[in-house]
Write a protein that binds this ligand. Structure first.
Ligand SMILES: [Zn+2]
Length: 163
């Protein structure tokens, strides 16, 4: 049951190439299409997870390299929450999942792949989507490729009505 609520506890990179660079700091320097960034807000951006647990697995991350969610500025976490709400609405409309997971892994002990730059996962869930034999193999067969996901979702982020 553990990984039902911790679907993002897989590795971003192999231990051999434990990153010295931060992907959340690097991504915004690239073009939206190259980095698979859906939206750039004032303090946060929305990006596709390159290793999605399910189709439509998004992440919201601050531009600032911050490890501590608890100490992050209110304006930043307020915007992050607003964006998360919007992501939920979009994912429900586009993918019609049975449910959604929203979550953060703060610290390596909590399963963070990138522990020193906090980020919020938003992902659709379907009954039976944990039936991946690949949990052991650490590779997974995806029902939809990232470019398709990006193309489907992108238009929803041209204008983000926050409420
Ligand atoms: Zn960073």
């Amino acid at each position: 049951m553990d990984f039902l609520w911790s679907p993002w506890r897989f590795r971003y990179v192999s231990t051999a190439e434990e990153q010295t660079r931060c992907v959340f700091c690097e991504a915004p320097r690239l073009s939206d299409e190259k980095a698979l960034i859906l939206y750039r807000g004032r303090e946060n951006f929305i990006i596709l997870n390159l290793y999605p647990y399910t189709t439509g697995h998004l992440m919201i991350a601050p531009y600032a390299h911050l490890a501590s969610f608890a100490d992050a500025p209110k304006s930043l976490t307020d915007e992050m929450t607003d964006l998360a709400k919007y992501c939920c609405r979009v994912l429900m409309e586009v993918y019609r999942p049975h449910g959604l997971n929203l979550g953060m892994n703060l610290g390596r002990a909590a399963g963070a792949g990138i522990a020193d730059h906090f980020h919020l996962h938003v992902l659709p869930r379907w009954f039976g989507d944990t039936n991946f034999t690949t949990v052991i193999a650490e590779t997974r067969v995806l029902p939809e490729d990232l470019e398709t996901t990006y193309r489907k979702l992108r238009r929803y982020f041209e204008d983000v009505p926050l409420r």
